[in-house]
Design a protein around this ligand. Structure first.
Ligand code: SF4
Length: 371
């Protein structure tokens, strides 16, 4: 059974703190590492999760990054995600991808990047092909109006151009389009999916905009569960008959939404939980298309996912990078400790995770429902 679901079910059964900690310890394995290789970006998006947070140290050097990657590989990590701020503006990004491609020749690993697409050109896209990236994920928040409200004027067409370039060179299987959904773009999301599909995009990821970083200022634009649910239903209907070649949509439900969906037995969520409970795939087939729901029932920080910031801090999730004192809440810095040591430290402080889990209602309230 899916690990998060096991922990969630244990929580529902009022498992004691000790038993829950043992369970999390038993299941703990880093599945996903986000490397924040860059601290620069040409945009100033209104909802940027990293907002205006000051760096605490010099950026990691290339040698330091490669050492960190080796240490994660020794822990059995297979998934590396190069993220924020804008990875194409940092020259180390390509050196890191080159390094990962060499590892890939004899190890089963997967890696990709998320980008705003503005710096993508025929030279660097060819490098991505050469370094055999598994995916390139573009941030496109709706159509022109919804996208540019968040990301600034004249950004929409540039990102579309970059997506087309990626589709041409890397192909649709490696090209993803991701959207943060908020009040002003929720009615544009389906149109954006259809428009992108017309020029070849077939893989999409949607999630509600979250109130972290600069997006705290946008609290009146955050959507509620009813609005997001209506979008999921519209997408489902569209998948049934509107995409001849079939597309895939991954939908992320943060805790408060996932909880409500379970409480009201929202079909796709219940089906997903049933499938995961029976060790099945969470992918739901709809006509020729597919929908996959990612349920944020349990935070994955530290025991399943890790973030290394551009200046070396080891944290559990991107939300932690969105606060001014991210250095203080991190477990430590990869400059002063090994990844293995930091991992054990984070697992040792599992009581902290327990506190998060045990007071989950409160945690979710503070982080997801307070605005
Ligand atoms: S959201 Fe992404 S593209 Fe926008 S400012 Fe932040 S890092 Fe840059």
């Amino acid at each position: 059974m899916d690990k998060s679901l096991q922990v969630w079910k244990a929580l529902l059964n009022n498992t004691s703190k000790e038993d829950l900690s043992s369970l999390v310890n038993l299941l703990a394995k880093i599945e996903f590492v986000e490397l924040y290789t860059s601290n620069i970006c040409q945009l100033h998006c209104k909802h940027c999760i990293m907002g205006d947070i000051d760096p605490k140290q010099q950026p990691l050097s290339l040698d330091e990054w490669l050492r960190v990657i080796d240490q994660f590989l020794n822990l059995g990590v297979k998934n590396f995600h190069l993220a924020g701020k804008e990875p194409f503006l940092e020259k180390n990004t390509f050196e890191i991808l080159s390094y990962l491609s060499k590892i890939k020749s004899n190890k089963d690993i997967r890696y990709g990047l998320i980008t705003n697409g503005l710096a993508l050109n025929s030279n660097n896209i060819n490098l991505l092909e050469k370094y055999d990236v598994d995916y390139l994920d573009f941030s496109l928040d709706g159509m022109k109006t919804g996208h540019e409200y968040l990301r600034g004027k004249n950004t929409f067409n540039k990102t579309i151009k970059a997506i087309k370039l990626s589709l041409n060179v890397l192909g649709w299987r490696k090209t993803f389009v991701s959207s943060a959904v908020y009040k002003d773009n929720i009615n544009e999301v389906l149109e954006m999916i259809k428009t992108s599909n017309e020029f070849g995009a077939r893989q999409f990821f949607i999630q509600p905009m979250v109130p972290y970083g600069r997006a705290i200022q946008l609290h009146d634009k955050i959507i509620d569960w009813e609005e997001f649910k209506a979008l999921i239903i519209s997408c489902k209907i569209a998948l049934e008959n509107q995409f001849e070649k079939g597309i895939g949509i991954i939908v992320y439900l943060p805790y408060s939404f996932a909880k409500k969906a379970v409480e009201e037995s929202f079909d796709p969520v219940i089906e997903t939980i049933d499938r995961l409970s029976n060790n099945g795939s969470p992918v739901i087939s709809i006509g020729k298309s597919k929908m996959k729901l990612r349920l944020g029932l349990i935070p994955s920080a530290y025991w399943q996912s890790v973030v290394v910031t551009h200046d070396g801090y080891y944290t559990g999730a991107c939300e932690m990078r969105s606060v001014q004192n991210y250095d203080e809440i991190s477990v430590g810095n990869v400059r002063n400790a090994t990844v293995e040591g930091l991992y054990s430290e984070s697992i040792k402080s599992i009581s902290n995770l327990y506190e998060i889990l045990a007071s989950y209602e409160e945690w979710a309230k503070i982080h997801l429902e307070s605005v």
